[in-house]
Design a protein around this ligand. Structure first.
Ligand SMILES: NC(=O)c1ccc[n+]([C@@H]2O[C@H](COP(=O)([O-])OP(=O)(O)OC[C@H]3O[C@@H](n4cnc5c(N)ncnc54)[C@H](O)[C@@H]3O)[C@@H](O)[C@H]2O)c1
Ligand SMILES: O=P(O)(O)OC[C@@H](O)[C@@H](O)[C@H](O)[C@H](O)CO
Length: 448
């Protein structure tokens, strides 16, 4: 016998909204909403969360007054808890509601999980899009005038933020913190740049905002229908929107919160003066490792991260990539070794179904952040890093359906494909003939 999950029966009273979130998905609910739930002052900090566009999840969560089950899935079992920190849920198209929250004097914090694509100037996910950290100078910023603020909010993440800050200024609201929680280095500064560009293009005057840079980590696969049945069987509650995540969680933040924030540090978050070393470690070792498995592991027939790391060949490739990346990280070797071992254990969790296909999406935005910094550092010291070359070769093979004729002696079409693909990541790499030779040679050994 199951009964519907409700906030009244299973959760706690909703807290007053003092935080806004854009990008209501699985990760936000496993991470920022979880830290807020576990802060000792949670009863004072409610979140109003907006999706990018969709309304399906909004309807399911609204029927539960924002409450949902978080399933923490270890290698040996599940733990279930009802999270109640989300007070209100909205679809991305609800512009009037979005702007109304910004006008509230008590709004203090705005968090984002809008994917790497959300930081492109046009916010449009495109296979050949430029790296999110360096949008091309030729891309015109989306235009918005004060009269078309609503159109701008609908178009881009930065437009929505700029419109919100402009509405806040007009309402006489005080400063807020804007906290990016996406897998990009310097995500706070990147957000600031994009919002200020939008404001300038639109002639908007903005309320004061501080941009917080964060490193976020908690492996949270896309929720499945099976999980819904499992939660009902285990808890007796029919939850239409559960989230499954791993036990490990990390949040490192750097920046000011001029209007206050929940005491996330009491839930395990760390506040530092420089987030860059933590971002590099996580983006290169975890996310870079994920991208390696997504492209090279899937060529060996694997479909999930756990399957791939159970394969000794893939584990060897990971070790090689991690050795290259670790040379350029500023942590003591013993600490890095422990971090890598913990990562292996996390990747190997057979009960977390994290698909390689999902991780592989949007490679042109992810590889410049996860792989290229290490590649450049290795090239600068005259090395040709085999691990980085393997990721690029495997990614290149994924660009082609069917795979181009790599076994012919000159590998002509593939060499051209490699040059073009590299130019899309970073034009300077397209002239690196040693790198292109190595990538072409590596494609031969990757193909079954
Ligand atoms: N899932 C993880 O394990 C994980 C871990 C660390 C960081 N992250 C970060 O969080 C992001 C979201 O992950 P998720 O698992 O929640 O994905 P998800 O697909 O469940 O949710 C993504 C949300 O972002 C919104 N969105 C997408 N593009 C947008 C845009 N251009 N403008 C506004 N909103 C947009 C979507 O509508 C959705 O609400 C990742 O891309 C990554 O940057 C995820
Ligand atoms: O979420 P993405 O698409 O940026 O990247 C896919 C995974 O590498 C990522 O979600 C990791 O699981 C996560 O960053 C772990 O904290």
């Amino acid at each position: 016998m199951t009964r519907p999950l409700t906030r009244a029966a299973d959760g706690r009273p909703a807290a007053p909204v003092r935080m806004l979130h854009l990008g209501l998905g699985g990760f936000f609910r496993a991470h920022q909403a979880w830290y807020t739930e576990h802060a000792p002052d949670a009863s004072r900090w409610g979140i109003a969360a907006f999706t990018g566009r969709s309304t399906d999840l909004v309807a399911r969560l609204a029927a539960q007054d924002g409450a949902y089950t978080l399933v923490t899935r270890g290698a040996d079992g599940d733990a279930f808890e009802v999270v109640g920190s989300v007070t209100a849920v909205h679809g991305g198209g609800e512009d009037a509601e979005w702007l109304a929250y910004w006008r509230r004097p008590e709004l203090a914090v705005v968090t984002l999980t809008v994917t790497e694509a959300g930081y492109a100037r046009d916010s449009a996910p495109a296979a050949t899009a430029p790296p999110a950290t360096a949008p091309p100078a030729t891309a015109p910023p989306a235009t918005a005038t004060p009269a078309t603020v609503t159109a701008a909010t609908a178009a881009t993440v930065a437009g929505r933020l700029a419109a919100g800050l402009a509405a806040r200024r007009r309402a006489g609201g005080g400063p807020v913190a804007i906290v990016s929680c996406d897998n990009l280095p310097g995500n706070g500064e990147l957000t600031r740049r994009l919002v200020e560009e939008q404001a300038q293009a639109a002639g908007l005057r903005l309320a004061d905002a501080r941009y917080v840079t964060t490193m976020v980590d908690r492996i949270t696969p896309y929720p499945s229908q099976e999980d819904t049945g499992l939660v009902a069987a285990a808890t007796g509650r029919a939850d239409a929107a559960p989230v499954v995540t791993e036990p490990y969680s990390e949040w490192v933040l750097c920046g000011d919160f001029p209007a206050g924030r929940p005491r996330w540090e009491d839930a395990g978050a760390r506040f530092v003066t420089d987030a860059a070393p933590y971002e590099e470690r996580k983006l290169w070792l975890l996310n870079g490792g994920h991208s390696l498995l997504a492209y090279a592991g899937s060529l060996r027939g694997h479909t999930t991260v756990a399957e791939a790391v159970a394969d000794p060949a893939c584990r060897g490739w990971l070790a090689q990539w991690w050795a290259e990346a670790s040379r350029h990280l500023s942590f003591p070797e013993a600490e890095l070794a422990a971090y890598r071992q913990a990562l292996l254990d996390r990747f190997a969790n057979p009960r977390i179904r994290h698909t390689l296909a999902k991780i592989a999406e949007d490679g042109p935005r992810k590889l410049p952040v996860r792989i290229l910094p290490v590649l450049r550092a290795e090239r600068a010291r005259g090395a040709l890093p085999a691990g980085a070359v393997r990721v690029l070769a495997a990614w290149l093979l994924h660009q082609h359906e069917p795979v181009p004729p790599v076994r012919e002696p000159a590998a002509g079409p593939l060499r051209e494909a490699a040059r073009t693909a590299l130019a899309g990541l970073d034009p300077a790499l397209a002239d690196d003939t040693g790198l292109i030779d190595a990538i072409v040679a590596e494609t031969r050994s990757l193909l079954p």
